[in-house]
Design a protein around this ligand. Structure first.
Ligand code: FAD
Length: 310
């Protein structure tokens, strides 16, 4: 109930405008968001890198219907990739970027798909020159086909581009089969949007079972599975499946979000497995933060306390 309300609110522009301008204590947002500027995003990546954790950097923003904003997002990625490269962080793919096609203009009327694809190409070119990779975030189910189509197109020139699949969608087992091929990077997550029964499992138990079925396909396949979950049970199952499939460390990776279970992140990196942290930065933190609150109601109290104390 609370999850659904928060996910509904995450889409409200009116509430977003009020909350983003509210005097929210910096520490509240900073628990989940690395900062507002390129320098802060790079600093967070460098700090994580120093503790043996890889990163994937996300310039916050989604669903833009403004062509200027889409270009601004593309420019922000170009700037941060340059800055990460200068610091030596992109070497060996230690710091990569995650893109939301909707933030690059996918929903613009007329040529949206084309514009987003061109911007993604520009970012991929720079990533390639910098020795790193790019992952396309997955958004709500109305965009899944278009995002997978963009993935196919981009991979023709940039085979290192990865995709995200969401275990809560009924279709995802089949998508995993399609993508479990050599060279293919697939991030498997539970899924963060409010989706109807017609397309998605609704109960936590069903989503977890689907996650394990999908994980088996990816681990037994020829691609590079990226296990994006903080769920201790799924993290353990992933380790067992990797061992069963004869996968050595480095042939798959774990991923977690900035600020969530940092001790576990370090533990996994310290034992020699690849751990990548998703690092969001930028001014437009509202939608991202609302989804994190929907995942864990305790975060709502934390957020409200921050509002009240400022
Ligand atoms: P849950 O069952 O939600 O959580 C398990 C445990 O993890 C909780 O009990 C708690 O201890 C801890 N935890 C989980 N979430 C939080 C939180 N917000 N705050 C504090 N503790 C928490 N979703 C998409 O739809 N598209 C994407 O492209 C996408 N990319 C992602 C990339 C990464 C690297 C990660 C880690 C997640 C991504 N997600 C994405 C979000 C994902 O779909 C889930 O919504 C999110 O990861 C929570 O699910 P969980 O597997 O951690 O399990």
């Amino acid at each position: 109930m609370l999850r659904n309300s928060l996910l509904q609110l995450s889409k409200s522009e009116r509430v977003r405008d009020v909350i983003e301008k509210a005097p929210v204590s910096r520490s509240v947002v900073r628990r989940f968001v690395a900062g507002a500027t390129t320098d802060e995003g790079v600093a967070a990546a460098a700090e994580l890198d120093a503790t043996g954790r890889c990163t994937t950097i996300d310039y916050l923003g989604e669903d833009t219907l403004d062509a200027e904003q889409a270009k601004h997002t593309k420019d922000a990625y170009v700037t941060i990739l340059g800055a990460l490269r200068e610091r030596g962080l992109t070497e060996g793919g230690r710091a990569e970027v995650s893109l939301k096609l909707s933030a690059l203009g996918q929903a613009l009327p007329g040529d949206g798909d084309k514009i987003a694809l061109e911007y993604a190409r520009e970012i991929c070119t720079l990533a390639q020159e910098s020795g790193t990779t790019v992952t396309l975030d997955m958004e709500d189910h109305t965009t899944t086909d278009r995002t997978l189509e963009a993935l196919r197109e981009l991979r023709q020139d940039f085979p290192f581009v990865g995709a995200v699949l969401q275990a809560y969608l009924h279709r995802t087992e089949a998508d995993c089969r399609d993508l479990a091929t050599a060279g293919s990077r697939v991030r498997l997550c539970k899924g963060a949007y409010k989706e109807p029964e017609s397309v998605a499992f609704q109960s936590g138990a069903e989503v977890d079972k689907s996650y394990v079925r999908c994980l088996k396909i990816l681990m037994q396949g020829e691609g590079y599975p990226m296990i994006a979950s903080h769920d201790p049970r799924l993290v353990e199952i992933a380790g067992a499946l990797a061992a069963q499939s004869g996968r050595a460390p480095g042939s798959f990776e774990y991923q977690m979000l900035y600020g969530i279970r940092p001790e576990e992140q370090k533990r996994i990196a310290d034992r020699g497995d690849t751990m990548r942290v998703y690092v969001p930065y930028g001014e437009q933190w509202y939608g991202y933060l609302m989804r994190r609150m929907a995942e864990k109601p305790a975060n709502v109290a934390f957020f409200l306390r921050g509002l009240a104390t400022k």
